[in-house]
Design a protein around this ligand. Structure first.
Ligand SMILES: Cc1cc2nc3c(=O)[nH]c(=O)nc-3n(C[C@H](O)[C@H](O)[C@H](O)COP(=O)(O)OP(=O)(O)OC[C@H]3O[C@@H](n4cnc5c(N)ncnc54)[C@H](O)[C@@H]3O)c2cc1C
Length: 448
């Protein structure tokens, strides 16, 4: 790989490097590969720390064991081969915007022996799509003791701990005959979409665990799943009517809800609230906020906001360097230049679509319009118990509240749409059929 962009000949292809193959980055690499990559008008290279892509909005279903993540993985290497881009696996560590190159850390094996040394990758255009991480807001003990839901490993960790807690409780109940208090306490901090979707999924999972593996446990009485929210209602970002509908779904599923409650300390086996309540906790998951990925803070050439996100303009370019773009959770518009958009896969997808055509247009020096976020609505799923949300359209400008089966179908279609965008209609349909068959042949949740 070349070390210095400045020594390139004029007819060398333009190098577009995309860091992060998530909801935004993988779609962008695929679209650019299919257009400018295939016609050799540019070299498109994707960097991700993992070998496979997993669509983050499915993480709560992986954490509760409703899906097997391996069935939903997309191999970056295969995707790159099919869609005319290159893939490098590694951790993005540093940016030298003067020399226009990034550093990707060395790759090590399980015994920490180096397999591939650190690499310097030059670019002409860089797109950062590294996503977000959990924001613990400096709450005492939270970073050390609470689980988080940022990737498949963490979802698996949650699932294994949940199963272990149920095993322990089942054994305890067989030995002692149980107690009036719950034997397993799962606390989810944050009553936004991630928190309530996970709570609903966990409640459903523990019913199945009791059916299949832990006959001694009464899931209603012995397992407490609680959502703790600082606001006066769950899903505070949605209308009060939809929050109320969500609340009734959650209560029907036996999820305990604490609103206007602020957690001020997370301990190994308990939580402390600002009101002085001490809540026992076997599993604590923090879902109360996100911040830009930490790798951005090692990039001196960028400007970040207080939340660690890269500040961009209306064409998604860094306000500090026009050769660097950012999309998805790691980016935020400079408040002096426009109004922002929500931190969602929907926004990351729209930015990927926009940037794929904007970067292609750049290569032919065509003018590009500004990025405009179009609100398509929000849907929140409670698994088999239903879904709630709103669907929005720009032309004509209307918003409709949806609940029940229609909302569930629309929710399921969001992931299918992502698969179509990334893998094409045929492969997305084949994946859907294969996942459906596997689902029919397996128990409703993973049991080990
Ligand atoms: C449980 C859960 C449920 C959600 N539900 C919804 C929903 O229903 N609808 C919705 O619109 N949004 C939802 N979201 C939010 C949505 O997942 C994110 O907004 C979206 O994934 C952001 O896309 P992205 O491309 O910016 O980042 P991501 O999809 O997070 O991708 C970031 C990529 O960057 C890679 N990466 C990060 N750092 C490095 C590094 N240093 N080096 C190399 N690679 C790196 C990661 O491996 C990852 O592949 C949900 C999120 C969660 C956690």
């Amino acid at each position: 790989m070349e070390q210095n962009t400045k020594q390139r000949s004029n007819d060398a292809p333009h190098r577009i490097v995309i860091v992060g193959g998530g909801a935004g980055g993988l779609e962008l690499a695929t679209r650019l590969g299919n257009t400018v990559g295939r016609k050799r008008r540019a070299e498109v290279l994707l960097v991700d720390r993992y070998p496979t892509h997993f669509w983050k909005p499915l993480l709560h279903e992986a954490a509760s064991g409703h899906i097997d993540p391996a069935q939903h993985d997309i191999s970056y290497a295969v995707q790159a081969k099919r869609h005319s881009f290159r893939f490098v696996q590694g951790d993005f560590k540093a940016l030298d915007s003067n020399e226009r190159r990034i550093t990707v850390a060395s790759m090590v094996d399980e015994e920490n022996r180096e397999i591939v040394p650190a690499q310097q990758i030059p670019y002409d255009t860089l797109v950062l799509a590294v996503g977000s991480v959990t924001n613990f807001f400096n709450v005492a003990g939270a970073e050390e003791e609470a689980l988080r839901l940022e990737n498949v490993e963490q979802a698996e960790q949650f699932r294994r701990k949940l199963l272990a807690a149920c095993f322990r409780a089942g054994h305890e109940k067989n030995r002692t005959g149980g107690s009036e208090e719950p034997l397993v306490n799962v606390n989810i901090i944050g009553g936004g979409a991630t928190g309530v979707e996970l709570a609903a999924s966990v409640r459903d999972a523990v019913e199945h665990f009791a059916d299949y593996r832990f006959a001694a446990l009464d899931p209603t009485k012995d397992i407490c799943v609680r959502v703790i929210e600082g606001n006066d209602r769950v899903l505070p970002g949605l209308s009060p009517e939809l929050s109320a509908a969500a609340l009734s779904h959650l209560l029907r599923l036996n999820v305990q809800i604490m609103t206007k409650a602020r957690v001020i300390e997370v301990r190994k086996d308990a939580l402390l609230t600002a009101a002085g309540d001490v809540l026992p906790s076997d599993l604590t998951l923090w879902a109360a906020g996100v911040a830009g990925a930490p790798s951005l803070s090692h990039c001196p050439g960028l400007r970040l906001n207080r939340n660690g996100q890269m500040l961009i303009n209306t064409t998604l370019q860094s306000v500090a360097d026009p050769r660097i773009y950012a999309i998805g959770d790691c980016a935020s518009i400079d408040p002096n230049l426009g109004t922002g958009w929500p931190i969602t896969a929907q926004a990351a997808h729209q930015q990927a679509v926009y940037l794929a055509s904007a970067l292609a247009a750049n290569l032919t020096l065509k003018n590009i319009s500004e990025f405009r976020y179009r609100d398509g609505g929000t849907l929140v799923s409670f698994g088999s118990a239903g879904a709630v949300g709103r669907v929005a359209s720009q032309m004509p400008p209307i918003t409709i509240s949806v609940k029940g089966s229609l909302a569930r179908i629309l929710y399921a279609l969001i992931y299918r749409r992502h698969l179509v965008f990334v893998t094409g209609t045929l492969r997305a349909s084949a994946a859907t059929v294969s996942q459906w068959i596997k689902g029919r042949l397996s128990p409703p949740v993973r049991l080990h």
